[in-house]
Design a binder for this molecule. Structure first.
Ligand SMILES: NC(=O)c1ccc[n+]([C@@H]2O[C@H](COP(=O)([O-])OP(=O)(O)OC[C@H]3O[C@@H](n4cnc5c(N)ncnc54)[C@H](OP(=O)(O)O)[C@@H]3O)[C@@H](O)[C@H]2O)c1
Length: 268
C-alpha cells in the first residue's frame, strides 16, 4: 500500500449539484480531506495533518476507514518552520508504528489560509502570515520531508487560479501562490535525479471554509464566480480531490513540472 502526507479538511458530506447562482448553505468539505478520501478510495494510505481541529482530523480518518482505507493524523503548523524537525520525528514514528516503513510516496502541500485585502491596505503582518504558510512553509516543509520521500515519488503543490488571473484584493495571497508555482518547476528539475515529479494543481474558486467561506456563503460572490466560470458554477471540494488523486496515479507518471488549473474554466 502506498501513502501520502496530505492536509486536513472539513466537516460534513458534500454535494456538487447546486444550481450555479445559489450559495452553499451547508458546510462543504475542504480540499485536503476530499483529496485524502479519494486517495484512500484508490488504495493509497494517508497521513493527514491538522493545525487546530483534531476533531476534524479524527472525522477524516473515520471517513477514510469507512471507505476501507487506512489513515493517521498529525498536528502541524505549516507556518512555523522551527517546528518541522519535531514534525518529521513524529511522522517517522507514525510511519513505523502504523506501516512499519520509513518513507512516503506522495506529498500534497495543501494547507493554507486566504486574505481578501486590497494591495494598498495589506499590512506587513498579514503579508508575513501568508508568506510563512504558503511560501516559506511549502519550501522548508518539502525540504525537511525530502529524505522521507521515496525515489520515484510525487509532490503536488496546491496553488490557485488567482496566480494566473487577477482579482482585486488578492495581491499578497496570489503572489505567494505564484511563488509556489515557480518552486514547483525547480523541484521538478532538481529532484528528477531521484525520479521525483512535482506538479502544481491550481483550483479555481471553491466553496469551502476558505476565506471565511465566502464563495460558499456569500450569494453575490457565488454568483460572480459562476459568471466567470465556463461551466457556470463555483467549484466544490469534490471537483478537486478526485483530480489530485488521479494525478498521483500510475496513469499520470509522466506528467511533470506542470501547472494544471482545475477551475471549470475560470476567466478563459
Ligand atoms: N477554496 C478556494 O476557493 C481555493 C481556491 C484555490 C486554491 N485554494 C487552496 O486550496 C488549499 C485548501 O483550501 P480549502 O479551500 O480547503 O480551505 P479551508 O477549507 O479553509 O481549509 C484549509 C485547511 O488548511 C489548514 N491550515 C490553514 N493554515 C494552516 C497552517 N498554518 N498549518 C497547517 N494547516 C493549516 C486548515 O486547518 P485549520 O482548520 O486547523 O486552520 C484547514 O484544514 C489552500 O492552499 C488554498 O489556498 C483554495
Amino acid at each position: 500500500m502506498r501513502r501520502v502526507y496530505a492536509s486536513p479538511s472539513q466537516r460534513r458530506r458534500f454535494r456538487h449539484d447546486h444550481p450555479p447562482h445559489r450559495p452553499h448553505h451547508r458546510r462543504q468539505p475542504r480540499l485536503g480531506r476530499n483529496t485524502a478520501l479519494n486517495l484512500a478510495r484508490k488504495g493509497v494510505d494517508v497521513i493527514v495533518t491538522y493545525r487546530s481541529r483534531a476533531d476534524e482530523a479524527k472525522a477524516a480518518i473515520a471517513e477514510i476507514e469507512a471507505a476501507g482505507g487506512k489513515a493517521a493524523a498529525l498536528e502541524l503548523d505549516t507556518g512555523a518552520v522551527a517546528t518541522f524537525p519535531a514534525f518529521v520525528a513524529a511522522l517517522k514514528k507514525t510511519l513505523q508504528e502504523n506501516w512499519q516503513r520509513d518513507r512516503l510516496d506522495y506529498l500534497v502541500n495543501n494547507a493554507g489560509t486566504g486574505l481578501r485585502k486590497m494591495f494598498a491596505e495589506t499590512t506587513e503582518r498579514e503579508f508575513d502570515t501568508l508568506m510563512n504558510i504558503h511560501l516559506k512553509g511549502v519550501f522548508f516543509l518539502t525540504q525537511a520531508l525530502l529524505p522521507l520521500i521515496n525515489d520515484g515519488g510525487r509532490i503536488i503543490n496546491v496553488s490557485s487560479g488567482l496566480a494566473r488571473f487577477s482579482v482585486p484584493g488578492s495581491a499578497a495571497y496570489a503572489m505567494m501562490k505564484g511563488g509556489v508555482e515557480v518552486l514547483t518547476r525547480y523541484l521538478a528539475k532538481e529532484l528528477a535525479a531521484r525520479r521525483i515529479t512535482a506538479n502544481t494543481v491550481a483550483p479555481g474558486a471553491i466553496a469551502t471554509d476558505f476565506n471565511g467561506g465566502h464563495v460558499r456563503d456569500d450569494a453575490e460572490i457565488n454568483r460572480v464566480v459562476a459568471g466567470m466560470t465556463a461551466l457556470g458554477r463555483a467549484g466544490v471540494a469534490d471537483d478537486i480531490g478526485p483530480m489530485i488523486a488521479s494525478l498521483l496515479s500510475e496513469d499520470n507518471r509522466w506528467v511533470n513540472a506542470q501547472r494544471i488549473e482545475v477551475s471549470g474554466g475560470m476567466n478563459i
